[in-house]
Design a protein around this ligand. Structure first.
Ligand code: 4NP
Length: 174
């Protein structure tokens, strides 16, 4: 799979949660000086929103935190993605079940839920990023926060397991 670490975020529609995760994680990775070390994308298990920009509410919640996701466009996950990503991270169990059915036998990467990478998810006893589609704006803000926490944890995990000593923070802390 090459030298770079490849991460794919997956939700149902690819217009709320996974594009938010892509935007948040891309920002963190850039800030850490690791933009050329980590490849990031997102996709949906469903096909209803193909080619569409993120939901206005997701976009607004992200913009409120300085993260622009309006340029992203929805695409559907496919079996081919298992050849391209070391980490395939599902927002909820339903997404994960769909991905498990698609997973080829030879896949050796990490297929799992995203939220457990957030340090506090264990004691808060939640491991899914809830589907915000039928919720209010407060649900989108909550989803943003969960995604931000999980993104911080994921970056730490990748640094420890794949990129020891690289990037700005690594140089000052390792
Ligand atoms: P997402 O949210 O999976 O976070 O992108 C949803 C978007 C659309 C629908 C459901 C969830 N939908 O039913 O169209």
């Amino acid at each position: 799979m090459g030298d770079r670490v490849r991460v794919l975020f997956v939700c149902l529609g690819n217009i709320c949660r996974s594009p938010t995760a892509q935007g948040v994680f891309e920002n963190l990775v850039k800030e850490a000086g690791l933009g050329d070390q980590i490849v990031i994308d997102s996709a949906g298990t469903g096909d209803w929103h193909l080619g569409k920009a993120p939901d206005q509410r997701a976009r607004q919640a992200a913009q409120g935190k300085g993260v622009e996701i309006g340029h992203l466009r929805a695409r559907q996950v496919s079996a081919k993605d298992f050849g391209g990503y070391d980490y395939i991270l599902a927002m909820d169990r339903s997404n994960l079940t769909d991905l498990e059915h698609m997973k080829p036998d030879w896949y050796l990467g990490h297929l799992g839920l995203f939220l457990p990478f957030a340090p506090q998810s264990r004691y808060e006893q939640i491991d899914e990023v809830p589907d915000p589609y039928y919720g209010g704006f407060d649900t989108f803000e909550r989803v943003y926060e969960l995604i931000h926490q999980a993104s911080l944890g994921l970056l730490d995990h990748i640094r420890q397991h794949h990129l020891r000593g690289q990037g700005q923070r690594g140089q000052s802390h390792d």
